[in-house]
Ligand binder design. Structure first.
Ligand code: C2E
Ligand code: MG
Ligand code: MG
Ligand code: MG
Length: 287
């Protein structure tokens, strides 16, 4: 009897695996179609807020997929599918182009775009980015590419070559989700970046944990010593914003200010005269 149950479990497992594989295939095909028709793909823009003035100084472009059957699918789910199915290049380029079209109409505002390690490893990636900047009329210095820490460990020649090319051209580089990976500030010497984005997991513990405060303080101090701008992501409470201000964080991003909004809404924010920064704040130049 036990044996039968075991065989049953194996069968059930196999059935589940098949179902999962089927679903993966279906979702891949649907993502490919969404990219072609662009009907259900959109981009949300989350404001970046200057810590001192509390003014909006830019936005991060975040991919959105409104699936006809499943509703909103998180990019945390569909970006990995795009990566394994070879669609990330086209998806990433779509987001970059749209963000640059918007950014071109709002000079002086930072437009941040997430870049997958796979994109950065592509030999023609830099050329593609420069083409898009040229075609859209986006200012080079307003574009910020967000990469994850894993890229710093990546000894791939092409990735580092692309990063150096971008920096030489005046495109800003931000290290996303900082502190979650093999965060080692020593890597920052090898691949200089303009900004680190302190991960939400530190920010969420600021009000309760002394360790998080100490770690964040250390990160800010070291980053500033290296002329690196510091953004805190996932700021949800006024208390967190206050502590981050005391710690000297330059820019804040989170639901306390705004989640990702649609293009029309972020345009309206950029167009508000009292939202125009008095002077352009540049990452790398830290007060
Ligand atoms: P990320 O780049 O770290 O983006 C920040 C994520 O945190 C976003 O989730 C944003 O909606 C969310 N968030 C912002 N403020 C708060 C807050 O106060 N509280 C909480 N709980 N969450 C907050 P989202 O949009 O689901 O994106 C998830 C991840 O997917 C992004 O993390 C990024 O790594 C990736 N991603 C999104 N769009 C793209 C894209 O176009 N290309 C690539 N390669 N990756 C993308
Ligand atoms: Mg990001
Ligand atoms: Mg982030
Ligand atoms: Mg994150």
């Amino acid at each position: 009897e036990a044996k039968a149950a075991g065989r049953n479990r194996a069968t059930v497992f196999e059935e589940h695996m098949n179902e999962l594989l089927q679903l993966q295939h279906t979702i891949e095909a649907e993502l490919r179609e969404a990219l072609e028709t662009r009907e259900h793909l959109s981009i949300g823009y989350q404001p970046l807020v200057d810590q001192k003035s509390r003014r909006v100084v830019g936005a991060e472009a975040l991919a959105r997929w409104n699936h006809p059957k499943y509703g909103q699918i998180s990019p945390a789910r569909f970006i990995p599918i795009a990566e394994t199915s070879g669609l990330i290049g086209r998806l990433g380029e779509h987001v970059l182009r749209r963000a640059c079209e918007l950014g071109a109409t709002a000079p002086g505002y930072t437009m941040a775009v997430n870049i997958s390690p796979m994109q950065l490893r592509s030999p023609d990636f830099a050329t593609r980015v420069f083409d898009i900047l040229h075609e859209t009329g986006m200012r080079t210095e307003d574009l910020e590419l967000e990469i994850t820490e894993s890229i710093l460990l990546d000894d791939e020649h092409i990735s580092s070559q692309n990063l150096l090319t971008f920096r030489a051209a005046g495109i800003h580089i931000a290290l996303d989700d900082f502190g979650t990976g093999y965060s080692s500030l020593s890597y920052l010497k090898r691949y200089p970046v303009d900004r680190i984005k302190i991960d939400r997991s530190f920010v969420s513990q600021l009000a309760t944990g002394h360790v998080s405060v100490a770690i964040t303080q250390a990160l800010v101090t070291l980053a500033h010593a290296m002329n690196i701008h510091v953004t805190a992501e996932g700021v949800e409470t006024a208390e967190q914003a206050r502590i981050l201000g005391e710690l000297g964080c330059n820019t804040l991003q989170g639901f306390l200010f705004s989640g990702a909004v649609d293009e029309a809404t972020i345009r309206a924010v950029f167009d508000q005269p009292d939202n125009l920064p008095q002077r352009r704040r540049r990452p790398g130049r830290v007060a």
